[in-house]
Design a protein around this ligand. Structure first.
Ligand code: PMT
Length: 211
C-alpha cells in the first residue's frame, strides 16, 4: 500500500520571527511512518517543523503552515491508498502576516485570527475507496469528541488521545489511545510506546483494507 502520513505541528506566522503553534513533537506520526516502512509499505511523510530525522525509506515532505500541509496532502492523496493525519494542524492563523518584524509599539495586545483549511474535510471528495484515519487530541469527553470528529470528517478510523495525561499525547514517547471505527466499535488500548501504538493502528488499517 501507499500510505500518506502527516506529523508534527504547523506554524502560523505573525511576522518573520513570530508564529502560533503547538507542542506536537512529530513522534507519533514518525513512529507510524517508520512502522509502515518496516511492513514494506510505500510511505510519504508530510511533516511540520520537528527536531526528528525522517525514517529511512520514506519520501519526506517538510512543510511549515497549515496551508502548506493542505497543499502537500491534496497533491499526494490521489497517489495513496491510506491517509493518516497524526499532525496537530493549527486551527487558527493570524489574519495578516507582516513582512517586517512588528514593533512592540505598533501592537495593541489584540490578535486578529482566521480559520486554517480543515485538511481532512477538504480531501473528502478524493476519498473513494481510500482509508482515512484521523487523530483526536482531547482533554475532556475524549471518546465523545472523537466520535463527533469521526463522523464530521467522514473517517474510517479515529485514534482518540487523552492528552490530559503526562504520559500520553504531545511530546512524550508513550501514548494512551482508543481506536474507534466507523461502525462505532471501540478498542481501548493500554499505555504503550508510540512505536507499539503505530503497529496497532497499522494492524487495524490492514484489516480494513482486507474487508
Ligand atoms: O507529535 P507528538 O508530540 O508525538 O504528539 C502526538 C499528537 C498528540 C499530536 C497526535 O497523537 C494527535 O493526537 N494528533 C492530532 C492532534 C489534533 O490536532 O487533533 P484535532 O482534534 O485538533 O484534529 C482532528 C483531526 O483533524 C486530526 O487528524 C488533525 O490532523 C485533523 N485536522 C485538524 C485541523 C485541521 N485544520 N485540519 C485537519 O485535517
Amino acid at each position: 500500500m501507499h500510505i500518506l502520513v502527516t506529523a508534527g505541528p504547523t506554524r502560523e506566522a505573525l511576522d518573520p520571527v513570530r508564529f502560533l503553534s503547538n507542542r506536537s513533537s512529530g513522534k507519533m506520526g514518525f513512529a507510524i511512518a517508520a512502522a509502515a516502512v518496516g511492513r514494506g509499505h510505500t510511505v510519504t511523510l508530510v511533516s511540520g517543523p520537528v527536531a526528528l530525522t525522517p525514517p529511512d525509506g520514506v519520501s519526506y515532505v517538510p512543510v511549515e503552515s497549515a496551508q502548506d500541509m493542505f497543499v502537500a496532502v491534496k497533491a499526494q492523496v490521489p497517489d495513496c491508498d491510506v491517509l493518516i493525519m497524526a499532525a496537530a494542524v493549527a486551527d487558527w492563523r493570524p489574519t495578516q502576516v507582516s513582512e517586517q518584524k512588528l514593533k512592540k509599539s505598533s501592537m495593541d495586545g489584540m490578535l486578529s485570527l482566521e480559520r486554517t483549511p480543515d485538511i481532512l474535510a477538504s480531501v473528502q471528495a478524493l476519498k473513494g475507496s481510500r482509508v482515512y484515519v484521523g487523530f483526536a487530541a482531547e482533554t475532556q469527553s475524549v471518546e465523545a469528541e472523537a466520535r463527533r470528529k469521526l463522523n464530521d470528517k467522514g473517517l474510517d478510523l479515529i485514534v482518540a488521545n487523552d492528552v490530559s495525561r503526562d504520559d500520553a499525547g504531545f511530546g512524550v514517547d508513550t501514548n494512551v489511545a482508543t481506536l474507534i471505527a466507523r461502525n462505532g466499535e471501540a478498542e481501548s488500548l493500554p499505555l504503550m510506546s508510540k512505536a507499539d501504538l503505530a503497529e496497532a493502528i497499522l494492524d487495524r488499517i490492514e484489516a480494513l483494507r482486507r474487508s
